[in-house]
Design a protein around this ligand. Sequence first.
Ligand code: CAA
Length: 240
Amino acid sequence: MARVAVVTGGSRGIGRAICEGLQQDGFTVVANYAGNDAAANQLKADTGIPSYKFDVGDHEASLAGCKQIEAEVGPIDVVVNNAGITRDGTLHRMSFEDWNEVMRINLGGCFNMAKAAFPGMRERGWGRIINIGSVNGQAGQYGQVNYAAAKSGIHGFTKALAQEGAKFGVTVNAIAPGYIDTDMVAAVPEPVLEKIIAKIPVGRLGHAEEIARGVRFLCSEDAGFVTGSTMSINGGQHMY
Ligand code: CAA
């Protein structure tokens, strides 16, 4: 029977590319999303991949959402924690709400989904958790104390949970994307983005499929000895 993979924030951008890539690799893929019904419907129409709507930053909603997925689709073998938001602004202009929302969704979402899926993976002796961090969690970024802190937290979360999962056949890894041509990056003001691209040695934005390929490897049997690692896919922007 095909393994079940849940991709949070799976209806658009990097998440959608991950959904499609894992489907090609033979997983039964389920997307989670928070708000964009049109994108979720499009994903279903194009690929047949179903979406479950819940806020990964909401602990109870995440537990209930994963329970529903397990009842309707099957035990969750793979979780890709991809859902994330930005609320950019310099600290002196950033509200507590902007801080808290980014921490709640980007970092809290990883905890909530792992709480829901890790026990079953542990019992069955096989699992893959892939957390999508960011170059900005590794290097920091002007105007992103919230996002950089949350993404940096994801890297610590990954290394800690990897140690807990190892003896149960559950690997936990992170991918740190650089600037990828998604809606999130398109929202960065043009002159700011131009300066950022100028500092990327490869000389361009990345593509969502280039992140998906890393996820596909980490989800494969071949990656059974890889755990607690961070794969940086950033065009050489930050060599960590
Ligand atoms: N380093 C130093 N100074 C900087 C700077 C930087 N990187 N960026 C801007 N500044 C300076 C500017 O030069 C300017 O200084 P002066 O007033 O002396 O000219 C001052 O900061 C204000 O700059 P802005 O006009 O841009 O200020 P703003 O308040 O309108 O906007 C901001 C601030 C919202 C942070 C805006 O600069 C911005 O959106 N920056 C992009 C942040 C970013 O890269 N976000 C990534 C989103 S994508 C993502 O996060 C995905 C991923 O994982 C990679």
